[in-house]
Design a binder for this molecule. Structure first.
Ligand SMILES: NCc1[nH]cc(CCC(=O)O)c1CC(=O)O
Length: 317
């Protein structure tokens, strides 16, 4: 019987979402008569070892993913469960996205002291986020807000809400729901106000491209609509050169009509201070073409210049 070794980071979120996927895969393999067992292997990544350093100074997003991918190429592990939004645009040769399960809530949320929506925060409120995408869009609708970086895993960011005097911090709804802390969410920020990060709320199950057994198993957990939406969003990301330390976001939804599938993609690029905010919403049926088209429309309006300027001050989600 095949034992599938699942690599994971050790954060509360990584462990929880990996275990949730393993439970689902166990059930799906039983239903489909696929004989296998699962084993969890914890991996400490460079990103985890240097959680208090500004990530842009040490090389950016792939930091949470690279060592896990190396372990997969070395056959120490067979699959890994990542947050889709942490995935760099390009995967290493020999690895692939084996499946994209059904997406969780893609929205950003505010965690405040007391129940407060964005427009109820006091004048000049101190808001914690290290994401230029979030700061750009929040400052665009509330220029009075003071934004300050806050890093660390979800649990340490929540502690910093108290210890560092923030009026609010911004997190992804999906993470809070997955670890069962939805009660701490004070308000949901609508995607019209804050376009989510590319892939936010979705998971990526990565595997070796030649592992037929695993690919067959993973096909059972794939959600086709989520996979299509994420392809459109990531095509946009790829066309704008993939940097995730930059203020861009994209969110796609899928509608199945009688005739076929239609995607709607909203993409944004903004300056970190929110003074400039460009958005496009497009519809179409080819996810890659839609992402490219959105990028080209935004580039024609100056997105390249905004991103180049923001890159200098690069921070990270
Ligand atoms: N930036 C880190 C990160 N990567 C994935 C999530 C959880 C949400 C998701 O899976 O999209 C988070 C935390 C957050 O942004 O609040």
């Amino acid at each position: 019987m095949r034992t599938i070794v699942v690599g994971t980071r050790q954060s509360a979120l990584a462990l929880t979402q990996t275990n949730q996927v393993i439970d689902e895969l166990k059930e799906l393999s039983r239903q489909n008569g696929i004989e296998c067992e699962f084993e969890l292997r914890k991996i400490v990544t460079k990103g985890d070892r240097i959680l208090d350093v500004t990530l842009s100074k040490v090389g950016g997003k792939g930091l949470f993913v690279k060592e896990i991918e190396q372990a997969m190429m070395d056959k120490e592990i067979d699959i890994a469960v990542h947050s889709m939004k942490d995935m760099p645009f390009e995967l290493p040769e020999g690895l692939m996205v084996g499946a994209v399960p059904k997406r969780q809530d893609p929205r950003d949320v505010l965690i405040t002291k007391g129940e407060k929506a964005l427009d109820e925060l006091p004048q000049g409120a101190l808001v914690g986020t290290s994401s230029l995408r979030r700061s750009s869009q929040l400052q665009h609708s509330r220029p009075d807000l003071r934004i300050q970086p806050v890093r660390g895993n979800i649990d340490s960011r929540l502690r910093k809400l108290e210890s560092e005097g923030f009026d609010a911090i911004v997190l992804a709804a999906a993470g809070m729901h997955r670890i069962g802390w939805q009660d701490r969410i004070s308000a949901y920020v609508p995607p019209e106000v804050c376009v989510p990060a590319v892939g936010q709320g979705a998971l990526c199950i990565e595997c070796r491209a030649d592992d037929e057994f695993v690919l067959n198993l993973l096909s059972k957990i794939q959600d086709d609509d989520t996979a299509l939406a994420v392809r459109a969003e990531r095509s946009f990301l790829g066309r704008l050169n993939g940097g995730c330390q930059v203020p861009l976001g994209a969110y796609a939804t899928v509608e199945r009509t009688g005739g076929g599938t239609e995607l709607s993609l909203t993409a944004m690029v903004g300056s970190p201070d929110g003074a400039e905010l460009l958005k496009e919403t497009l519809r179409g049926s080819d996810p890659e073409a839609l992402g490219r088209e959105a990028a080209e429309k935004l580039i024609a309006r100056g997105a390249d210049r905004i991103l180049a300027e923001a890159y200098e001050s690069g921070q990270i989600e």
